[in-house]
Design a protein around this ligand. Sequence first.
Ligand SMILES: C[S@@+](CC[C@H](N)C(=O)[O-])C[C@H]1O[C@@H](n2cnc3c(N)ncnc32)[C@H](O)[C@@H]1O
Length: 262
Amino acid sequence: MNKIEQVADYRDEDGFSALFYKTQDNSMTVSIVSEKMQTEMMHSQSGSFSETNYVYLPVVDFVIKNRIEPVFLSIGLGVGYIEIMLFAYLLNKNISDDYLSQLFIFSFEKEEKLIQFFTAFLLDQPLPVSFQACYSSILQLNSEYFSVDKMELKLFIKDFILKNKFVIYNKFTNETQLTKPANGIFFDAFSANSSPDLWNELYIDNILSPKNCSSSSSFATYASKNMLKRKLKENNFNLLKKKGFAGKRECIFAYRIKNELI
Ligand SMILES: C[S@@+](CC[C@H](N)C(=O)[O-])C[C@H]1O[C@@H](n2cnc3c(N)ncnc32)[C@H](O)[C@@H]1O
């Protein structure tokens, strides 16, 4: 039973549809219906924006504060909360051009329409009004939170798309190999209940393999699963005990630094 209000919907002739809800911090979340299956909501009903910052901002902080090569992997673009937050953070910190030139963001999203609409928004191309409103509100929230100009933020992101340094691919699988290992990993896939394939050992092994995950790196996810915690420990990650967002028992933030045990 949803405690939050539905504010818009979208449906197209390809059988893709989306329901938009306002969460308790006034930010929007989405549930997708594709191939006749309705997905779970993408975020906590207590707040999409707040949850994203609570769970995933430490990954960005870790990479930038340790001056590690800024290469990020995001599994589950959804409506782009993590990606927009990451760019707003970078813009706010006035990062040097030299360091910024090393930035790469590899995002993955299995729903083609979500890639298409998100890219259209950033490149100022036509897109459905409901998605336009959703992305605009995420841009607005981040611009206020990180004190950066909304239009400047949008242009900043667009620039990285045009330079092919922010690339959005389709499904992340057991075989996916990045062209560069990531130093910051956002694992924001759906839950093990609805998407067991995303939480099997081979999948996690592939995310944490040296070709995808650098020796100095941080990793976060909103969920907590013993298998994942064990895999992170086996791969020499330090796990921080962290309460989950909005009353959830636990979420995961983990990091490792090459040649250093903290
Ligand atoms: C919890 S939502 C992500 C929310 C998103 N991070 C945001 O900020 O809006 C999970 C997303 O993962 C996508 N997904 C599921 N399986 C995937 C896969 N194998 N590869 C890439 N994306 C996947 C879903 O389509 C959905 O959009």
